[in-house]
Design a protein. Structure first.
Length: 380
């Protein structure tokens, strides 16, 4: 069965497997506080994520800088506003502290984190970000860290020398930007087994792994559905708290088990795609931060924004790719979220029907469900 690829997609250029793997290695480096070199057409930077930043890391940044006075903390607009940058209006802003020679990692960490109480606001100049700094922020998001980085400009002519001397990775910004698409395009089936489920005994579980060795996405195939008619599908984003430990903050647990039961009851089979997009793509640690902000009065969308994330950071190519490889080109999708329809269609999957997938509130998640309806366009 072939999938149609919309014309707009053919223009997207994909990064190579080597570039994909470099980004993946940089993600791991960033998570442990290592410095990354990022090169754009115009400039180059060295960057460390703020979350694992140490004073030793700061010293290394200063030592490699073209000019140590240009050290910058790149952080989300909402956070910049809270720090006194009243004109902040683009996604991310760069703060250059006046006491650049003495500023320490604790101070930078407090400035960057909306959950920490601020001791003093920075005396600083502000500027818009460069594209290489935006790429470093994207890398921090891929690393599921807080999207805040400390960067310095480096001499593009010396970047290879630095990389060799300090054992650092060099990334081109377009590799970071192309990572998610390429990772999804590289998914390959790596194992499968029969797994009888409580409400669906005739079930196979198939695992797909991306070429960079990242997290596997899972297809749960119930009752071997036919491929020549639209297949009943649920795209389920991972939710450790809701799926596994029965959290009442969301509706994920009932939706996951409900989808399995409904597909099984249909008598025609179907597929649950279990996508590793915890917290709408921000990761479990950041989702817990978002919950803590919600306990201070933010709704689920504003909490994401406070942390520097979009309301929803998910991508749908992994789902489309798994369906394609399993031989399905047309779906009936169990969801209340119109973005899932658009996401699948943009990757060439025909959506023949939306099947509502609503469960009653448990009391704790009433405001969450109301926000999804009123602000995220969910169809309840
Ligand atoms: N960032 C963030 N993620 C949340 C929050 N509550 C739940 N999630 C995540 O949201 C995702 C829920 O995804 P889905 O079950 O696919 O639901 P949906 O987008 O609401 O759409 P449908 O259920 O298909 O209608 C999971 O990854 C959860 O971990 C929250 O307050 N903040
Ligand atoms: Zn959930």
């Amino acid at each position: 069965m072939t999938m149609t690829t919309p014309n707009s997609l053919s223009a997207r250029s994909e990064i190579s497997t080597t570039e994909l793997i470099s980004v993946s290695r940089a993600v791991a480096d960033l998570r442990r506080g290592e410095m990354i070199l990022i090169r754009s057409a115009k400039s180059a930077i060295a960057a460390i994520a703020t979350e694992p930043l140490s004073d030793h890391g700061l010293e290394r940044l200063r030592a490699i800088a073209l000019n140590a006075a240009d050290i910058a903390l790149v952080l989300p607009r909402v956070r910049a506003r809270a720090l006194g940058h009243v004109d902040a209006n683009s996604g991310f802003c760069a703060l250059q502290p006046q006491n650049h020679a003495n500023v320490d990692c604790l101070t930078l960490g407090v400035w960057a984190n909306p959950l920490l109480d601020m001791v003093e606001k920075p005396v600083a100049t502000w500027r818009t970000t460069q594209s290489d700094e935006d790429a470093a922020i994207r890398l921090a998001k891929l690393a599921r860290l807080l999207p805040a980085i400390v960067s310095v400009p480096v001499d593009p002519a010396k970047i290879d020398e630095f990389a060799t001397r300090e054992n650092l990775l060099i990334l081109a910004e377009e590799w970071v930007n192309g990572y998610e698409d390429a990772a999804a395009g590289s998914l390959r089936q790596v194992s499968e087994a029969r797994v009888p489920l409580e409400n669906a005994e005739n079930t196979r579980v198939v695992a797909f792994r991306p070429a960079d060795g990242g997290q596997e996405h899972i297809a749960i195939i119930i009752d071997e559905p036919a491929a020549d008619v639209p297949v009943l599908v649920r795209l389920h984003s991972e939710c450790f708290t809701g799926d596994l430990i029965g959290s009442l903050r969301c509706d994920c647990g009932p939706q996951l088990r409900g989808a399995i039961a409904e597909i099984s009851a249909s008598g025609k089979g179907g597929i649950v795609l279990y996508l590793r997009q915890e917290g709408r793509g921000i990761g479990l640690v950041n989702k817990l931060r978002a919950y803590a902000l919600q306990d201070r009065g933010f709704d689920t969308l504003d909490a994401n924004e406070e942390l520097g994330f979009d309301a929803d950071e998910r991508v749908y190519r992994p789902a489309a790719e798994m369906l394609r490889q399993l031989g399905f080109s047309s779906v009936r999708i169990l969801t209340n979220n119109p973005e899932k329809l658009r996401g699948l269609e943009s990757w060439g999957v025909e959506v023949s029907e939306r099947v509502p997938h609503k469960f009653p509130s448990n009391g704790h998640n009433a405001f969450y469900l109301q926000t999804k309806k009123e602000r995220a366009g969910h169809l309840f």
